[in-house]
Ligand binder design. Structure first.
Ligand SMILES: NC(=O)c1ccc[n+]([C@@H]2O[C@H](COP(=O)([O-])OP(=O)(O)OC[C@H]3O[C@@H](n4cnc5c(N)ncnc54)[C@H](O)[C@@H]3O)[C@@H](O)[C@H]2O)c1
Ligand SMILES: [Zn+2]
Length: 368
């Protein structure tokens, strides 16, 4: 088992990584509890595989639990889902000192984290992420949210978990498409500030997706360490440090909006295409070499991820996509900060480019 720490003073917490960890989770949870009781929240897909092993591991430490199983999918991260979950928690007699366990992907993690930030003015929660995306990204850092009519993740809070338990063996049951989408966020850490790690991804990405457990462990530990570092330096994204995690996300957000946040394009797939576009835009502005932009697109293509508008299944003009970007919640004073790059591993934040420039670039991409 490997242990990392998110260093946030009194709110610091450990991240544990190890194959099979779910089956011994009780010993890591027990020391946190004021009373030997917890509540597990998950979705039906994840419950089928991991609710029994998790519950058994808690019972081994004499921790009693109840469980709430939600429908899988982004629609669960809604006002309705939040109301059902908070009603259930209150019905279960949740106390402020209790720890609720979020067992699942980013949808469950975001929803449970938000519910725990508000129920009885806040209780604790533990992340047990079961998708690659959640294991390398969403389970760490304390961003929690639901989606509303006005947009994705528009209502939420910063609420850090008390513990993150990552069991990479759970990825064995994850559909290949979700696995690849999560892998896009792995590549992201290389592109942000770690060219060596991007090179590692080029060498090991296909093995990782095919099931190589050493490659999975290394990618998860490396990604989570990077995220923990960034979160510790800029917890609430008030400086430009945490904003770097949005590499590929402003372009990606436009693609998700254009495809209706549907199964047509998963979040990680949109981020993949968005990272390729951010590099091509940077090359078009003379900030990075065309060779670097091509290298990024080539790796995404090799692992079967979208790497331009066409492979993302988006046929929209620049003005349409730029209009989606204008609704991004990161817009500040009418300007959208973009994460651009001076080369692989050399990303930076800028609001130097207007959306008209971005729209013209995307027009060119549509007819590439
Ligand atoms: N809070 C953050 O910092 C942050 C960061 C990135 C993304 N997110 C959010 O994360 C969400 C996406 O998360 P996701 O990609 O994990 O999607 P998800 O939670 O919808 O999971 C994807 C699918 O995989 C299933 N699943 C999960 N684990 C499984 C397993 N081990 N075996 C079989 N099936 C399994 C789920 O039931 C679901 O059908 C989005 O809502 C996004 O906004 C949050
Ligand atoms: Zn993301």
């Amino acid at each position: 088992m490997e242990q990392l720490t998110v260093d946030l003073g009194a709110r610091s917490y450990p991240i544990l990584i190890g194959d099979g960890l779910i089956r011994s989770i009780g010993e890591h949870v027990a020391p946190l509890l004021k009373r030997p009781r917890t509540m597990i929240v998950t979705d039906t897909h994840v419950a089928d595989h991991y609710l029994v092993p998790l519950g058994t591991a808690l019972a081994m430490e004499n921790i009693s639990f109840s469980s709430f199983v939600l429908e899988p999918g982004e629609a669960t991260k809604s006002w309705a889902g939040l109301a059902r979950l908070t009603d259930w928690l209150i019905g279960e007699g949740v106390e402020r000192s209790d720890h609720v366990i979020a067992l699942g992907g980013g949808v469950i993690g975001d929803l449970v984290g938000f519910a725990c930030s508000i129920v009885k003015r806040g209780c604790h929660f533990i992340q047990v992420p079961t998708t690659l995306l959640a294991q390398v990204d969403s389970s760490v850092g304390g961003k929690t949210a639901i989606n509303v009519a006005a947009g994705k993740n528009m209502i939420g809070a910063f609420h850090q978990p008390a513990l993150v338990v990552i069991d990479p063996a759970t990825l064995a049951t994850l559909p290949r498409r979700d696995l690849a989408a999560g892998y896009a966020e792995v590549i992201k850490y290389g592109l942000i500030d770690d060219a060596d790690f991007f090179a590692w991804c080029e060498a090991h990405g296909e093995a990782l997706l095919a099931g190589d457990s050493a490659a999975r462990h290394k990618a998860i530990a490396h990604s989570v360490a990077a995220k923990a570092r960034i979160v510790a330096a800029d917890e609430r994204e008030t400086q430009d440090i945490r904003a770097l995690l949005n590499l590929g996300h402003s372009f990606g957000h436009a693609l998700e909006a254009e495809t209706g946040y549907s199964d047509r394009l998963l979040h990680g797939e949109a981020v993949a295409a968005g990272m390729a576009l951010a590099h091509r835009f940077s090359a078009a502005q003379g900030l990075c070499s065309a060779a670097d932009a091509d290298r990024v697109a080539a790796h995404l293509a090799v692992v079967g991820l979208p790497h331009d508008l066409a492979s993302a299944g988006v046929d929209a003009d620049g003005a349409t996509l730029a209009a989606h970007m204008a609704h991004d919640k990161k817009v500040r004073g009418g300007k959208l900060p973009l994460i651009l790059t001076r080369g692989i591993g050399r990303s930076f934040v800028t609001d130097e480019f207007g959306l008209d420039v971005v729209a013209a670039f995307l027009d060119g991409e549509q007819h590439r």
